[in-house]
Ligand binder design. Sequence first.
Ligand code: AMP
Length: 274
Amino acid sequence: MKIFYNTKDIQTYLATQNSQSIGFVPTMGALHEGHISLIATARQKCHIVVVSIFINPTQFLASEDIEKYPSKLLADEKICRLAKVDVLFVPTVSQIYHKLETKLLAPSSKAYILEGIDRPGHFDGVLQVVLKLFHIVRPDFAFFGKKDAQQLYLVQNMVETYFLDITIVPCETVRETTGLAKSSRNSYLSSDDRTKADQISKSLKTAVKKVQAGEHSTELLKSIIKEKLANLSICYVEIVDKQFDSIDTIKPNDTIILVAVHVGKTRLIDNIWL
Ligand code: AMP
């Protein structure tokens, strides 16, 4: 596995790998089974697998403590070797950002809802860094988790609006045996918090069962989920279609139920696709 810390070096290396398909998995590190499944999917599909680890400052709000975001570079490197990653890219902030930045704005009607309400500007930062990484790596395929459904939608939208020749591959959410979606932020949870956090996936499962039993009113489904999450601090419970428009009635094969909560100080998100 080659490791690059410098933008020019990785670009020069990848330029010599012509005619090989490049699969790209952008991450913020503290790798877990969720990331590993994205890498495994990329490994199956592509000749060269590139993983980036970059804790992107522009997607954190001033009030969010980026310094506290878990960083486990040595373990991450080992995980990448085991997962047969070809190229690991670990740039510094100054490698990625310039003094004078041309900024990219995510469409506000889709980026300032849900995650964007508590985290205004978050997706502008996400798209800014993803576009930069796409230009550096020039992948044929890029792999994103359905767990971050709104991010996945906005990245896909950016690829379309900027005519990027990249196929975005959505990947299923990997969960703990309890159902809790794997997340780098789970390391902040005490065992008591974990028990509480298990309610998140349980509430989503309950909603799915209700839908299967014929309940299609999103208002009713949302109130059922909220009841299940009564012991947690709810940020939002929403039901949208795959274009992230709010819906009153479940649309078969075109519905995402999304939940964000605080468990103690930790903000967790999860969703289920119908
Ligand atoms: P992050 O390091 O949190 O920025 O995540 C990097 C990528 O991994 C994103 O595409 C996430 O959606 C994806 N990801 C994070 N958690 C999971 C999970 N539990 N299952 C599948 N993919 C995930």
